[in-house]
Design a protein around this ligand. Structure first.
Ligand SMILES: O=P(O)(O)OC[C@@H](O)[C@@H](O)c1c[nH]c2ccccc12
Length: 268
């Protein structure tokens, strides 16, 4: 089994265990009781400078432990203070050490849109995201057959949330575009092999339809990496590891400054 398939199977198994305690109908009422999901078209609208989606990330299978983050809400509050346009919360528990409680805590603290970052493959997980207050749900094309991807995309929209559709090849970008996705991400890390390809975004950016928000994911450690993605056409960059240690406000300031020029423009 590929690593991505393994991560997805584990996430689904964990969701099934939660479902045994909290059935679909209960989560459905919790979702209905939530304040409506935030409209992300404004928050992530392509702008004169790069936008940053800042991630609450404790660990990853490829990088191991990154930071303990005892108070995810405090961390997310610092991200917002630093100028993040949205907050991503990794809720996968086995390898990334996250939880839906982290997401709910972050939602209660910040006013910008919040993304549930997990290996989502069932309607129950989408519903859980809304019940915890998510505005955006990550859907990884490589992990889903097209009919399932379509079903989860439709449910996400029906619940008022916005899908962020993640691609890793031209074919996957085409599948994301076919759905009419407004948020399309290209992950530099191949989730099947964990290999990094910083230039993948640049090769695929052109294939992302005009009108969609182009998001570069992973492999930003330095301000130059933000500039690299911005030159390649990124409207937004999703950053985890580089923000979980040190002073996130200072780091975000440096990253935002490095991407303060029009997308796709060559700078000398
Ligand atoms: O820590 P980084 O290299 O800045 O990466 C953040 C984010 O892109 C990465 O966490 C990610 C992108 N897509 C994913 C899908 C699942 C889990 C994690 C991810």
């Amino acid at each position: 089994m590929s690593l991505l398939a393994d991560l997805t199977a584990g996430a689904v198994e964990d969701a099934e265990a939660r479902r045994a305690i909290r059935p679909y109908a209960d989560v459905e009422s919790a979702a209905a009781a939530q304040a409506p999901a935030l409209d992300v078209s404004e928050a992530l609208r392509p702008d004169a400078r790069v936008r940053i989606i800042a991630e609450v990330k404790r660990a990853s299978p490829s990088r191991g432990d990154l930071a303990s983050i005892p108070d995810p809400a405090l961390q997310a509050g610092r991200y917002q203070e630093g100028g993040a346009s949205a907050i991503s919360v990794l809720t996968e528990q086995r390898r990334f050490k996250g939880s839906l409680d982290d997401l709910a805590a972050v939602r209660a603290r910040v006013s910008v849109p919040v993304l549930r970052k997990d290996f989502i493959a069932t309607p129950y997980q989408v519903l859980e995201a809304r019940a915890a207050g998510a505005d955006i749900v990550l859907l990884i094309v490589a992990a889903l057959d097209q009919p399932v991807l379509e079903e989860l995309f439709a449910l996400t929209v029906q619940l008022g949330m916005t899908p962020l559709v993640e691609a890793h090849s031209a074919d996957e970008v085409a599948r994301a575009a076919d759905l009419g996705a407004h948020l399309i991400g290209v992950n530099a890390r191949d989730l099947s092999t964990f290999e990094l390809d910083r230039d993948l975004f640049g090769r695929l950016a052109e294939a992302i339809p005009a009108g969609a928000v182009r998001i570069a994911e992973s492999a930003v450690l330095q301000p130059v990496d933000v500039a690299h993605y911005r030159r390649a056409g990124a409207d937004a960059v999703l950053i985890g590891e580089a923000l979980v240690t040190g002073d996130p406000v200072a780091t975000l300031g440096a990253f935002l400054a490095a991407g303060d020029f029009p997308a796709g423009e060559e700078i000398s």
